[in-house]
Design a protein around this ligand. Sequence first.
Ligand code: HMG
Ligand code: MG
Length: 303
Amino acid sequence: MKLPKQVRIKEVGPRDGLQNEPQQVDTGDKIAWINQLSASGLSYIEVTSFVHPKWIPQLADSEAVLSSIHRRAGVTYAALVPNMRGLERALNGHIDEVSVFMSASSAHNQNNINKTIKETYPVLKEVVREAKSAGKSVRGGYLSTVIACPYEGAISPEQVRQVADHLFNMGIDELSLGDTIGVAVPTEVEKLLDVLLPEFPAERLAMHFHDTRGTALANVLKSLEMGITTFDSSLGGLGGCPYAKGASGNVATEDLIYMFHRMGIRTGVEIDALIAAGERIEDLLGKPLNSRQMEIKRRSGGK
Ligand code: HMG
Ligand code: MG
């Protein structure tokens, strides 16, 4: 197997991780946690989202979080932005990178952002244009339900290709492909990438696996074999989409990093520093985190 020497990890815990947590985390505690994540060597942190606070109450403090974190050189601080109102708020907070998002399936798109796929394109196109003219890069972020939708079932790679094509034509820099409900297996990932890679270069694709059924690391490995080198993950496997029933957390950052480091692939992240940040968020949420590395730490006499 030909492997890359280095991969890029995009930490989405403060956004995807917290958005699904019923226990409200205090703004000051979030900021301290993000600062600790920044110090672990991560080069990209999705810190919050500028969606409607009624839809995601946990992230209602997005302006305060983004404007108060300590900005470490070399780290990109990003956030989800659904529309122009969200962009205005993100720019006020001096966001580094904007992530727009939509779904490959109509039903999830409607439930998640209250629009049909067709209605979403012009909204995102304007956000991409305005974000670019403000000098920001735009992660095309997130195409959800690329394998299956919680409402519609299986989604074809061709359907994903068509929406991806619209997003790249808007001028996005990178597209993260989301297995929102964590159903994918490596053979499905292969079929999807077989359709996408001839059209979109591997360097502009990222994979975003939720680990609902324990297949996320296998899917990462398949994607890696096919040339993908950017992966989203969440510390402690936190996460889920409140508008996708049954979705659980992302692949855990520390488990992903353990695998990459043992394979001789650099990430730039220090696993012990991440685990310390994991212990902090465990205390804040009042529950143990669901990752192998955190469990090993607990069993070996840590908390
Ligand atoms: P809407 O109700 O259709 O919005 O919500 P609207 O445009 O009709 O406006 C209604 C009111 O909301 C207006 O206020 C707007 O100003 C206000 P009024 O004039 O009535 O006083 N408004 C806003 N306020 C603050 N910030 C904004 C904003 N936009 C409008 N940005 C909206 C549309 C998209 C806002 C809503 O549906 C929403 O917030 N959805 C977010 C859902 C969400 O965050 N889901 C989770 C993230 S996606 C995910 O987890 C998947 C991912 O991880 C990848 C994967 O796993 O697949 C990314
Ligand atoms: Mg997600």
